[in-house]
Structures are given as C-alpha cells and as structure tokens.
Write a protein that binds this ligand. Structure first.
Ligand code: DC
Length: 202
C-alpha cells in the first residue's frame, strides 16, 4: 500500500534528519531529493549542460562524496531553477513517492508539486541562526574549512533563490503541518513528527 510523507522546508532546517528517522520508525523508503539537484549541479560544474546532466543522472552520481560542499550547494540551487531540469527529475520522484510499502521524501516541492496527494505533509523550519549553526557544525565535522558567516550567507542565497523561482518555488502546501525545530533536539523533533504521522494513519 502506498503512503507518502512529504517533507519540505528551507535549507538545513532538519528535513533530512527527520525524514531518515521517520523512514526508520515506520519502515518506509527515504529519498533526499536535494541529492538529485546536488548531483545535477555537480555534473554542471564538471562542464555538462544542466538539462543533459539531469536527464542522464545515474545512481552512482548520488553517491559522490563531495555533494555537500558549499560550491555544489549553490550549483544545486541554480540548476533547480531551470524548469527542464525539474521536469527531467519528476517521474523518478513521483514513482518513488507512490511505491508500495511507504515512502518519505524531503525537498522543497514535495507536498506542492511532486506528491500533492501525500497522506502527510510536514513543513520543517528553524531560525536562520540555528540553521547556520547546525550546517556549520556538520561541514566542519566533515573536515570542510568554512566560516559560520559563509554558511549563513550560503543559506540566505539559496533560500532566496529557491523561494523566488517561478517553477515549484519553496513554500508550504496549504495542508502542511508546520514544525519549527529551532528549540527542539533531534529526539524531540522526531517524536513530534512520529506523532503527526501516527495520527494521520488513523
Ligand atoms: O535539500 P538540499 O539543501 O540538499 O537541496 C539542495 C538544493 O536543491 C536546494 O538549494 C534547492 C534544490 N532542491 C529543489 O529545488 N527541490 C527539491 N525538492 C530539493 C532540492
């Protein structure tokens, strides 16, 4: 039986962490859709036309170990504004969302465009300061040399671009449950999300 949990929100709000935890809790498959745009952006940085890059994306492209760098983050946000790129990635995401056994997808347009019929829609946010702090910790923990200010600027740039684009901009679906994780631990945010999904399962 298909059951889709759609998670949207700005960069570094905790979507991925919550998505992975929900998938583990309910035994659902999880797709971090940002990886599709990151892999496309990375291929563009290697010289490929972005639309061709999206159309010919291979599973191994999603496993590259440098997909989280600030350079690739910016490239992902830029290619994500190209309608043909989004179109090329649509069918894969829609099929994943409705697979048997349940699916969790996190991104920017899951509840609005990819799967408006999702059984649960979450819109995860956190304050700018908290998001920058978390992403900075994550990046430096992986050995990247980047300042807190640079991370904050990257998040501001991407949020502005992702929200202002004409095709599938970042915005909450009308029926999304908002979850502000600024003051929550990972455990608290996960507990709250599990409760929302459990209530929706009836
Ligand atoms: O979730 P993320 O930070 O890994 O996403 C990287 C970029 O990809 C983000 O700045 C915008 C784009 N993106 C998108 O446009 N739509 C999605 N469903 C997921 C990501």
């Amino acid at each position: 039986m298909a059951f889709t949990i759609a998670i949207d929100g700005p960069a570094a709000a905790g979507k991925g962490t919550i998505g992975r935890a929900l998938a583990a809790h309910f035994g659902f498959a999880h797709l971090d859709t940002g990886l599709l745009y990151r892999a496309t952006g990375r291929r563009m940085l290697c010289g490929l036309d972005p639309v061709t890059a999206a159309q010919s994306l291979r599973p191994e492209d999603l496993n590259a170990d440098d997909l989280r760098t600030p350079e690739v983050s910016q490239a992902a946000s830029r290619v994500a504004a190209i309608p043909e790129v989004r179109q090329a990635l649509l069918d894969f995401q829609r099929a994943f969302a409705r697979r048997a056994g349940g699916a969790v997808l996190d991104g920017r347009d899951i509840g609005t465009v990819i799967c408006p019929e999702a059984e649960v829609k979450l819109y995860v946010t956190a304050s700018d300061v908290e998001r920058a702090r978390r992403r900075h910790l994550e990046l430096t923990g992986k050995g990247h040399t980047v300042t807190l200010d640079e991370v904050a600027q990257d998040l501001r740039d991407r949020d502005a671009r992702d929200s202002a684009r004409a095709t599938a901009p970042l915005k909450p679906a009308r029926d999304a449950v908002q979850l502000d994780t600024s003051e929550m631990s990972i455990e608290e945010a996960t507990e709250r999300a599990v409760a929302i999904v459990t209530a929706a399962q009836g």
